[in-house]
Design a binder for this molecule. Structure first.
Ligand SMILES: Cc1cc2nc3c(=O)[nH]c(=O)nc-3n(C[C@H](O)[C@H](O)[C@H](O)COP(=O)(O)O)c2cc1C
Ligand code: SF4
Length: 441
């Protein structure tokens, strides 16, 4: 049985850590003082030796990013810390929990990162729909500012307007600068020329929330948790057809079987597990024979997919994989920013072909064409959204091809209306093709 292990969310079950006094009572902001007493190089060294891998999707080591940022004296410009709180990957809902339950730990991480790169400006870019989280975060930031915790650092919280592409780091920077949020060509990368052309550290909320944990525990202790190359815990967002969906903080490397069956309580209503999406909707799908894969960056990649934002989605045997592919692709088509042709045009082609297959109007040549479009978009787009639009569709075709062929041979969905992707994806408005807006609580 996998046991939860709370480092980032530590103390939040027992106390209201949104309050500064409560956070200080569990040692909060003492780590910031410790870090400020260390040299910048020593802080970077600690994060580097802890091998903290980015929790926003790509798993890039934060220490390496930190050491790429030129200090202000060398750059002749200010440096900036930007926290990516845009969390829009379907299936991912861990940053919202971190911001709403341990906002001060996240702010403390931002301030330690600012010290490490000699920055006096922290920007937090939060997803527009996260109004409740924004209010908690703002109240925490105000309390910290009033108490003098921020020192000479200006902390700015900026609300996005609800675009998935603004989670891509360079689109986020453009959006923050007041421009239309579209990815920039790279190089240069943000540590060299980021916000306002200045050296910028950009990291995910959860990555940053790990920083005080590492400085407090020390890299040596932190590295003992989880696999050697992916140490630490991660907040897995478990969703889909599972008894107990939710956020669970566990050591990296917990297997998919432990997550779905032990932690999540298995598949409801006596159904069978049909597919596992191991890192948010944009990654290649796994089949049930891959359940024993440890959910860490390298193991998932070695097995043919990505851990992404550690959003694990269970899919039961009622789900039609063509419907699921169509639903995912509509999302990527809708969110494509249109700046480059393969993604802008390719996502439309993919939606159109999937729609034809699902409605029984397709021929076998259409399936080959769809597979071909996937190959022509992957690796040819300006940012990774182009790849994200391909990976689910292509992997569904490759792993569940018989289902796609049955739609063509039988002139429609073989589930005959009995298929359901309910619980796996958000309901969609049939006219706008957008998810039905969440009703605020
Ligand atoms: C289309 C797209 C959307 C993304 N959305 C997010 C997001 O919502 N949150 C996030 O942290 N990273 C997101 N990323 C990854 C960021 O570009 C970037 O890699 C990340 O913020 C780096 O932080 P990390 O190293 O701490 O993971 C997205 C990337 C792409 C291509
Ligand atoms: S891949 Fe898509 S989202 Fe990314 S820049 Fe090109 S059109 Fe925009």
């Amino acid at each position: 049985m996998a046991d939860t292990m709370q480092l980032v969310l530590a103390g939040a079950d027992e106390r209201d850590l949104t309050k500064l006094g409560e956070y200080k009572a569990v040692g909060g902001y003492a780590t910031l003082e410790k870090a400020r007493g260390m040299s910048r190089e020593a802080v970077i060294e600690e994060i580097s030796s802890a091998t903290l891998r980015g929790r926003g999707g790509a798993g890039f080591p934060m220490g390496r990013k930190l050491s790429l940022v030129q200090p202000p004296e060398a750059a002749g410009k200010p440096t900036y810390v930007v926290a990516n709180a845009d969390e829009s990957e379907p299936g991912s809902f861990k940053d919202r929990e971190i911001m709403s339950r341990v906002p001060h730990r996240f702010i403390e991480g931002c301030l330690i990162a600012a010290h490490a790169i000699g920055s006096r400006h922290v920007f937090i870019y939060i997803r527009g729909e996260y109004l409740a989280e924004y209010e908690v975060l703002k109240a925490a930031a105000d309390e910290a500012r009033d108490a003098g915790v921020l020192g000479d650092v200006a902390l700015i919280i900026h609300r996005g307007a609800g675009a998935y592409i603004c989670g891509e780091e360079t689109a986020l920077l453009d959006s923050l600068e007041g421009k239309r949020g579209q990815p920039r060509p790279r190089p240069p990368f943000p540590p060299i020329a980021g916000l306002y052309g200045a050296p910028t550290l950009i990291n995910n909320v959860q990555t940053i929330a790990n920083v005080p944990v590492i400085i407090d525990l020390g890299a040596a202790e932190y590295s003992k948790i989880g696999p050697e190359a992916s140490p630490g815990t991660v907040v897995y967002s478990l969703s889909g057809n599972v008894e107990r969906p939710g956020n669970y903080e566990l050591p990296l490397g917990t297997t998919l079987r432990e997550l779905i069956y032990d932690v999540g309580g298995g598949i409801p209503n006596g159904r069978q597990l049909k597919a596992i999406i191991p890192g948010g909707s944009s990654v290649p799908v796994f089949t049930p024979d891959q359940l024993d894969t440890p959910a860490d960056f390298d193991s998932i990649q070695a097995a043919g997919s990505f851990l992404g934002s550690a959003a694990i989605i269970a899919v039961d045997d009622r789900a039609c994989m063509v419907q699921l592919a169509l639903r995912a692709e509509k999302f990527y088509m809708h969110e494509s920013c249109g700046k480059c042709t393969p993604c802008r045009e390719g996502t439309r082609w993919m939606v159109s072909l999937l729609d034809k297959i699902e409605s029984g109007r397709a021929e076998h040549a259409d399936l080959d064409l769809l597979r071909n479009v996937c190959d022509r978009v992957e690796g040819r787009s300006l940012c990774a959204l182009g790849d994200f639009a391909v990976w689910p569709v292509r992997s569904y075709i490759d792993k569940y091809r018989a289902e796609f062929e049955a739609h063509i041979d039988e002139g429609g969905c073989p589930y005959g209306g009995g298929s359901s992707i309910e619980g796996v994806v958000a309901p969609i408005d049939q006219h706008t093709h957008s998810p039905v807006a969440e009703v605020p609580a």
